[in-house]
Design a protein around this ligand. Structure first.
Ligand code: SAH
Ligand code: SF4
Ligand code: F3S
Length: 451
């Protein structure tokens, strides 16, 4: 494909997990540093980056239909947009995309996107390029600093501290698309956190596929785990809140549990996926924990932080899952009483061991199980919200609500809280939680404190 003019505007569309959102921001900063600016609302961009997710099915089909739509929308405005496919579908199916979609100029995997600027130059010269290399830890070192490319940082920012996965759960593509586990160096993370805070972040969520597996050396050369990192970040005066996601039960340490009772800035919220309540299914999933060991772990968190909001991920209909095994998942949910949770129908992913296992579960059975599970989770989420009514807490204002004068913020327990009154994005506002719904609460403003 011949492309002659360099792109002046860009749009990055990120799908999937928070790490993709983070990557999308870093790509945007890189494009900004190259002098390319965000496309104005309503205008097609010269360069569109599709930052894709491969976790469940139809991901690739969605990419192709997005490519078609972007080309068409561009053509309607007399443009031929340059299209880059990034993210986990790019990593898994880069060659097929190049072969099937001539409108795509670049395919770049999650560990290679620091090379996007060079690839754009090539594309301008009419050369299509695929880069799905996984150079160890090279990406972060090559990215421009945070806040560059004239990008504004919101009040709640993401910071990838750990990436990749060595766990190989039998259903999951992530170890193949993100590569082996790496921990980013401590000093780089402190620097990045400082610059996020300088650029307006009041809350930082530490990200990793197994975030609690992070290890590093502190400024004095001592080995530390994620708890050491959190404690160091908590010393940044203008950083008010710290969160982390996603953890794996097997990487939990005494220090991480203990810090929930020690670090005020660490929010009382834990996302700890379990996937199933059946030990047989967990074994077949290669989860290497049992339902019981998981429950014991949660009890330890509750012992140090009794108000902690617990969250998890579930898969229903894993190959061979019997009715009785599914019931065990419901029992686990009844025991835990999650504040929030994410549940999915099992989706066979090409190349993963579970995809070729016998006894794949019929779609109707999965539908029915998912509905029952979600009813139970919804019940518990509402109960958690109702039990919060009367609590006083700070909310961090993240955006405007739909109604005039309405604002939406997050409670320490990651609940969405609507308030009315004078506020600004980034404000910490003291409220009393006044009314609870299944997905949000209403807060009564007690006092506004400008961040
Ligand atoms: N690293 C994290 C998250 C991985 S992906 C962890 O291990 O917890 C996020 C969630 O997607 C998983 O927790 C799992 O519940 C779900 N998931 C992953 N692969 C899936 C598949 N093949 N089908 C359905 N859900 C899946
Ligand atoms: Fe996937 Fe399991 Fe790794 Fe999570 S721990 S990313 S579910 S393989
Ligand atoms: Fe999706 Fe890749 Fe994240 S598959 S969930 S974007 S790690």
């Amino acid at each position: 494909m011949k492309q002659t003019t360099a792109p002046r505007t860009y749009r990055v569309k990120s799908f999937g997990c928070q790490m993709n959102v983070y990557d999308g921001e870093r790509m945007a900063e890189m494009l900004g540093a190259k002098g390319i600016t965000p496309a104005p609302e309503g205008e097609e961009a010269d360069l569109v980056v599709l930052n894709t997710c491969h976790i469940r099915e139809k991901a690739a089909e969605k990419v192709y239909s997005d490519i078609g739509r972007i080309s068409k929308a561009g053509a309607a405005q007399g443009k031929r947009p340059m299209i880059a496919v990034a993210g986990c579908v790019a990593q898994a199916e880069g060659e097929e995309i190049m072969a099937r979609a001539p409108a795509v100029s670049m395919v770049v995997g999650p560990q290679a996107y620091h090379r996007l600027p060079e690839m754009i130059d090539k594309a301008v010269a009419g050369e299509r390029a695929t880069d799905t290399d996984m150079p160890e830890d090279a990406k972060f070192a090559a990215l421009p600093p945070r806040g560059s490319g004239r990008r504004k940082v919101g009040p709640s920012a993401f910071l990838t501290i750990q990436e990749g996965c060595d766990k190989f759960c039998t259903y999951c593509v992530v170890p193949y698309t993100r590569g082996a586990e790496i921990s980013r160096p401590y000093s780089d993370l402190l620097r990045e956190a400082e610059s996020l805070v300088e650029n307006g972040a009041c809350e930082i969520t530490l990200l990793g596929q197994n975030v609690n597996a992070w290890t590093g050396e502190d400024g004095k050369g001592r080995s530390i785990g994620m708890d050491g990192l959190v404690k160091a970040l908590a010393k940044l005066p203008d950083l008010q809140r710290i969160r982390y996601t996603t953890s794996h039960p097997n990487d939990m340490t005494d220090g991480i549990i203990a810090m929930h009772g020690e670090v005020d800035k660490l929010m009382p919220y834990l996302h700890l996926p379990v996937q199933s309540g059946s030990d047989r299914v967990l074994k077949a999933m290669n989860r290497s924990h049992t339902a019981d060991s998981y429950l014991k772990l949660l009890e330890r968190f509750r012992a140090v932080r009794p108000d902690i909001a617990l969250s998890g991920d579930f898969i229903v209909g894993f190959p061979g899952e019997s009715d009785a095994e599914f019931e065990e998942t419901l029992q686990l949910v009844d025991t835990v009483r999650y504040a929030q949770a994410f549940s999915f129908k099992y989706s066979p992913r090409p190349g993963t061991p579970a995809a070729t296992m016998e006894d794949q579960i019929a779609p109707e059975v999965m539908d029915e199980r998912l509905q029952r599970l979600q009813a139970a989770l919804g019940r518990d989420q509402l109960a958690f919200n109702q039990a919060s009514v009367g609590r006083t807490c700070d909310i961090l204002v993240e955006r405007k609500g739909k109604l005039p004068g309405q604002w939406l913020g997050k409670s320490p327990w990651l609940q969405s809280v609507f308030i009315e009154g004078d506020a600004q994005i980034g404000d910490m506002i003291r409220v009393e939680l006044a009314e609870a719904g299944p997905n949000s609460l209403k807060g009564r403003v007690l006092e506004g404190v400008s961040a």
